[in-house]
Ligand binder design. Structure first.
Ligand code: MTE
Ligand code: MO
Length: 439
């Protein structure tokens, strides 16, 4: 069996450059120079990757790594995700810098990626030929559905849905929690096309004994052991039957990208994105709460009662995260901006909540003493994030911070500081703030 420890790209290159090349590019670099893919990359390939021809290509020293790539460590790591911040490349985990989330809806190339295992070959090859989804367990009529059957047998739904990793914001906790140090960018809102899970489960004739819907994906465990699942979570049957919970095969008008769960994934909007299983092969309807990988122990659980930072919390005091809390981001401008006193500063971002709609969006430029409300759009559908925008005037030159705070329809508001410390660093919905220098 392979080395069970995940290895970063940089470690991989130190250990065995050929293997590293194969992993990233699917081929080995020039055997003479052994200097990596760029040495052997053709000029045309390089120009297309750079997005422009290279007028002085004839002057380029052979083997030179273009600065455009060298300065962008993500380029060589994840194909099709330029500009994302890579937290780990085995498994692939990458977040979107918050200013790259400025689109109304998140394009595929800017959607964060959170993998717990290795992407299945079927997804890489975009081949659904003998794919089937099994629905079994507490059902009167177990189903085996091909992609075509799934598309044909149920009414099609289309919706823009927000996905946020339960650990988004983990980097803000102190003492720190182990795991991917997500800052603000493990969130996105894309358009999906699929069918309601409820329609499929009705056809499967869910029994009254059904309590929970568990998912199994085709992704492989990092250890290479086929008996192990990288993750197998799910949701209570009521959430599965919710009209907004979908089985989708399309993201922003394209078939699901390899990294996002081809051919079919779940979207359980409003809940930690870990419940939205990718690369599905089975939905197991159970008569008890699922106990698959990352359902037990401290995974996706927080203390039932607030605890002081650093507290050792017994397992029995932990509960599983359900809805994600209200949150917002500032997608324009980025922090550190300089602006002229004579000009008004336009700002914009998104706000969302797992518990309903966002009802108010407020900004402060005086460290939270006074607040002005931003313009907030209604969501295009339930669980889509909401656009907010505003224009700020500053009273004089100097250093300011803009603080942004969303409040949802249940009255919940983002906290000013990092909220509720918890052992695994989930649910940080503290306000985002940016620095502005008025000159
Ligand atoms: N099969 C499978 N489903 C999965 C995962 C995974 O590793 N394997 N990761 C989960 C987690 S923790 C998150 S946050 C979301 C991320 O979805 P994305 O990569 O499309 O952004 O997928 C979830 N579904
Ligand atoms: Mo996640």
């Amino acid at each position: 069996m392979n080395d069970p420890l995940p290895e970063t790209l940089y470690e991989a290159y130190q250990k065995n450059p050929d293997e590293a090349d194969k992993r990233i590019w699917g081929r080995v670099a020039d055997p003479l120079t052994r200097r990596g893919f760029f040495r052997s990359m053709g000029l045309a390939t390089m120009a297309s990757a750079l997005g422009a021809p290279i007028p002085f290509a004839h002057n380029m020293p052979s083997g030179l790594i273009p600065a455009a790539f060298a300065e962008d460590p993500t380029f060589s790591v994840i194909e099709g995700k330029k500009g994302l911040r890579v937290l780990n490349d085995r498994p692939i985990n990458a977040e979107t810098p918050v200013t790259l989330l400025d689109d109304d809806f998140t394009p595929n190339h800017r959607h964060f990626v959170r993998n717990n295992g290795m992407v299945p070959a079927r997804a890489v090859n975009q081949d659904s030929t003998d794919w089937q989804l099994t629905i079994d367990g507490e059902v009167g009529n177990p189903l085996q559905l091909s992609l075509e059957e799934l598309k044909r047998q149920f009414p099609i739904r289309k919706a823009a849905l927000t996905l946020e990793c339960g650990g988004n914001g983990r980097a803000g906790f102190n003492p720190p929690a182990k795991g991917n140090q997500w800052t603000l960018g493990a969130v996105g809102c894309a358009w999906y096309r699929g069918v309601r899970v409820a329609d499929v489960l009705k056809k499967a004739d869910v029994k009254r004994s059904a309590v929970f819907m568990a998912y199994y994906g085709e992704d492989r465990h990092l250890s290479g052991n086929p008996q192990l699942n990288p993750i197998s979570r799910g949701v209570p049957i009521e959430k599965a039957m919710d009209e907004n919970t979908l089985l989708v095969w399309e993201m922003n008008g394209e078939s699901l990208p390899a990294l996002h769960g081809f051919p079919v994934r779940l979207i359980c909007p409003g809940w930690p994105a870990s419940t939205s299983g990718k690369w599905l092969k089975r939905l197991w309807i159970r008569d008890q709460v699922h106990d698959g990988a990352k359902m037990t122990g401290y995974s996706y659980r927080v203390p039932k009662h607030p605890v002081a930072p650093g507290t050792e919390v017994p397992e029995s005091d932990m509960e599983t995260i359900q809805e994600m809390p209200v949150k917002s981001i500032i997608t324009f401008p980025g922090s550190g901006l300089e602006t002229a006193l004579s000009e008004a500063l336009p700002l914009r971002g998104h706000a969302w909540s797992g518990k309903g709609k966002v009802q108010a969006m407020d900004l402060s430029i005086d460290f939270g003493t006074t607040w002005s409300s931003a313009e907030l759009k209604a969501p295009v559908n339930h669980y889509a994030w909401q656009r907010w925008k505003s224009t700020l005037h500053f009273p004089g030159k100097g250093y300011y911070e803009v603080w942004a705070r969303a409040t949802d329809s249940t009255g919940q508001m983002q906290s000013m500081l990092v909220p509720g410390w918890n052992p695994k660093g989930y649910l940080n919905n503290g306000m985002q703030r940016i620095a502005v220098k008025v000159v």
